[in-house]
Design a protein around this ligand. Sequence first.
Ligand code: DCP
Length: 230
Amino acid sequence: KLVSKMANAVGSSKVDLTRPFTVIVEGNIGSGKTTFLNHFNKYDNVAMFAEPIEMWRNCNGYNLLDLMYKDTAKWSFTFQSYVQLTMLRQHTYKTSHPVKLMERSIYSARYCFVEKMARDGLMPTPSVAVIDKWFKYITENEDVGVDLIVYLRTFPEVVYERILKRNRSEERTVPFEYIKALHVMHEDWLYNKKTHSCPAPVIVLDANLDKSVIEEEYEKYEPHILNKLP
Ligand code: DCP
């Protein structure tokens, strides 16, 4: 259903409307972004854009996600360049739906992941400069605007456990230290608001809750997300 909805959203590109109310869902690896998107799949007025992870896993037959984890210093730039392209595509897909819900964004790619790689010296400064030139060009010339950010806030311990449990093959080598550091990147950007500017207001959800009760947390914020505040 998710796929067909996406296809509908993409297929309607001829309907040239102004940007829909655009919501991006952010949070650490394993914070439950996919579950969050699935919850909103039942609404016909929402166009869903799941993360293009399958594209990262197969770029002309190359699994860039896997290469990036296996040898980050060698492949970080290649991987993040492709992430930036796929995110640009998600942001600029036209849709006639009044609400657009996206898993992640070009912003978290730059402000959390590229930032972390740069700080660790795992992406050389000239490569960061190229990513930034593209980022600046895109944000100044393309409509990658956002109206609301949903931050799925978690404890690093909780998501680390989920990552171990789901056992995604590329993520087998991810150390707890990396998850803790990514947590800080998200916190400083979206919660403490001390590193990069937020492209939209932020709603913070407690995403530590178990799947069985998290739906209630989602429902609390539905009017915000569906742009139906009185
Ligand atoms: N990733 C990355 N750089 C980015 C975006 C993602 O290195 N700019 C990596 C981190 C993960 C994988 O891609 O290994 C997918 O990460 P996400 O956190 O975006 O997606 P999840 O599937 O973990 O989300 P969730 O579990 O919250 O549904």
